[in-house]
Ligand binder design. Structure first.
Ligand code: G6P
Length: 605
């Protein structure tokens, strides 16, 4: 999604802003731009495509100035073009904006009637036109910004820069995150702390509804009712926030490799080795719950889908699961004994956040499993369980998925014990199994060379089918999602038993079919479905353990995974799902970390 940067500096800001925008590239974008005020005059440069194009533009047409705002845009209203790129400017004001102005059509009509000339198709341009209109009426910049903000509906974050004002940026947060960085006689603004990580470790997060006046001397924050308010300054762990590939070719490669360490560290937080049980935040009451509602998007939703099996099996807790964008538009029946659990890497996904707000007050407790503890979803939940995965930059989620699974498994075990569904012995045995996951994940990562070879033929496929049963079904869904996201090969996943009800018609000698089937209680059934594929010349790749591969007989392609307890199989089998997508994408030469059209965190509905 879009990224915002602002700098009131002591030096030329264009290179600083460009550098900060690079750290926001991971969010996904298709155009970029910078505006500065220099000797009182507002000017801007914009370019379509990657930041290198903006950087080239700046070489040929430098943009001097010590105050500026910058933006990476992920197109929503109007395609990626220079005219639609931010910053937008009208008269004496420029704006960068994330999110959507829902009443932009009405505002645009009103402004056009008053003579405003629009040059883009964006909703953002209504903001600058409105602010410009107020300036023309004689309002001072702060007044004009305030008046403009009051007219806007929707969820957004934005920043204003004004002609003639070299020591002023006004910014606002309503729905999309925004943070302020404190420097030495300099001030910064970013849509996340990662953007500012090379500039400062002193950060103030704006709260929902806040707006702020930045000068080089500091920041004045106002709440939604325009009362001046104090927001704390926190020190962020600069090493954690720093974004580098640590010698890996891609962030995705680095993040996959980090998984054993991430899982081990998070396990230490929730259940140290000398600790017999699981420490979860105070106030969780699974014993009283009559239903668990889980809501998420994308990869996080597949983590929930795996966890549904666990909560049912270990805790006897009825589970309802939905995609966030569907959930709140279907009149879900909520009860005061329900617990609602929202899972999100970023903690900012607009659909998930909206679903959380929809249930608040109508269920017993709202839980959040997030990677970013300062995120909106974390702030708005009653109980937060961070996954402690560290920044995830690759658009395709990897370490966050396995870390989400681990925390969800801990929750399900704890719920099972609290509800008397798991005996103390069973509880401790399962916990020990979970403790072994990092070691098995490391073993799975060791199969990378083999996986690279296996993907050579996949890279030539037009379609790929993924199959699995039980917890391996959501794993198949995740494998198909990963492959689509970064290799652009059409991939679908089916519950293996459902194959015969339609998708079997697709099978021919050109269709690779990837089957996730550890030797568990469902193995025989999955293998029968696999035979149905092979009987029709489907090119099967069976991913199983030693026993499974031995029993399966002749299969065109095979990949051996370590033999693992059932509980942790989804965590371990996530690794081949990720590596298959990664190496197929490498063979095809696609942009692994920033696949086309995708955003890391989708902050619009
Ligand atoms: C985007 C990302 C996916 C992610 C989904 C949910 O679509 O590209 O990788 O799974 O959002 O994101 P969240 O931050 O809520 O987990």
């Amino acid at each position: 999604m879009c990224g915002i940067v602002g700098v009131l500096g002591q030096h030329e800001v264009s290179p600083i802003i460009l550098d900060a925008l690079k750290r926001l590239e991971y969010r996904g974008y298709d155009s970029a731009g910078i505006a500065t005020v220099n000797q009182g005059k507002l000017d801007r440069r914009r370019a379509v495509g990657k930041l290198i194009n903006l950087s080239d533009t700046l070489v040929h047409q430098p943009l001097p100035g010590r105050s500026g705002i910058g933006h990476t845009r992920w197109a929503t209203h109007g395609g990626p073009s220079v005219d639609n790129a931010h910053p937008h400017q009208a008269g004496r004001v420029a704006v960068v904006h994330n999110g959507i102005i829902e009443n932009f059509r009405a505002l645009r009509e009103e402004l056009a009637e008053q003579g405003a000339q629009f040059t883009s198709q964006t909703d953002t341009e209504t903001i600058v036109q409105l602010a410009s209109h107020y300036l023309d009426q004689g309002m001072a910049p702060v007044q004009a910004a305030r008046a403009t903000l009051k007219r806007l509906d929707g969820a957004f974050a934005l920043a204003f820069l004004f002609e003639g004002e070299e020591d002023l940026i006004i910014c606002a947060r309503r729905g999309s995150p925004l943070c302020i960085g404190h420097g030495e006689d300099e001030m910064y603004l970013g849509s996340d702390a990662i953007a500012l990580s090379e500039l400062t470790d002193r950060i103030t997060y704006l709260e929902e509804g806040d707006w702020a006046i930045l000068t080089r001397n500091g920041v004045h924050v106002f709440d939604a009712d325009d009362h001046q308010t104090a927001r704390p300054m926190t020190r962020i762990n600069a090493a954690q926030a720093r974004v580098d590939k640590s010698g890996h070719r891609h962030f995705m490669a680095k993040e996959m490799a980090e998984q054993p360490g991430v899982l081990k560290a998070a396990m230490e937080v929730y259940s140290g080795v000398d600790h017999g049980g699981i420490d979860l935040p105070e106030g969780l009451d699974f014993a009283a719950a009559d239903r668990l509602i889980m809501v998420a998007c994308g990869t996080a939703h597949y983590a929930c889908q795996v966890a549904k099996y666990w909560f049912e099996q270990f805790a006897g807790l009825p589970v309802e699961l939905d995609i966030a964008s569907e959930f709140r538009y279907r009149a879900p029946v909520l009860g005061q004994k329900n617990m609602a659990l929202f899972v999100s890497q970023s903690g900012e996904t607009a659909d998930t956040l909206a679903a959380l707000r929809h249930v608040r007050g109508h269920v017993a407790q709202v839980l959040a499993v997030v990677n970013v503890p300062t995120s909106s979803i974390a702030r708005e939940a009653d109980v937060v369980l961070p996954i402690h995965a560290g920044p995830e930059i690759g658009v395709a989620s990897t370490k966050a998925f396995t870390a989400q699974l681990q925390v969800l498994a801990l929750l399900a075990l704890k719920a099972g014990f609290a509800r008397g569904h798991l005996s103390e012995d069973a509880y401790r045995t399962r916990l020990e199994e979970l403790r072994a996951a990092p070691g098995f994940v490391a073993q799975a990562l060791d199969r990378e060379d083999e996986i690279r070879r296996l993907t050579e033929h996949l890279a030539r496929a037009r379609d790929v089918l993924f199959l699995g049963r039980g917890v391996m079904y959501p794993l198949a869904l995740e494998g198909a999602l990963k492959l689509k996201e970064i290799s652009y090969i059409h991939a679908e996943a089916y519950a293996a038993g459902e194959l015969k009800h339609g998708p079997i018609a697709l099978i021919d000698k050109d269709l690779p079919v990837i089957v996730f089937a550890p030797h568990d209680a469902l193995f025989e059934k999955t293998v029968s479905n696999m035979q149905e594929v092979m009987a029709r010349q489907g090119q099967v790749l069976l991913i199983s353990d030693a026993k499974g591969l031995a029993e399966a007989g002749e299969v065109p392609f095979r990949l051996q995974m370590p033999t693992v307890p059932d509980l942790i199989a989804p965590i371990v089998y996530a690794v081949p799902a990720q590596l298959i997508a990664y190496h197929t994408a490498l063979h095809r030469g696609t942009d692994v970390d920033q696949p086309r059209n995708l955003a890391k965190s989708v902050t619009v509905e």
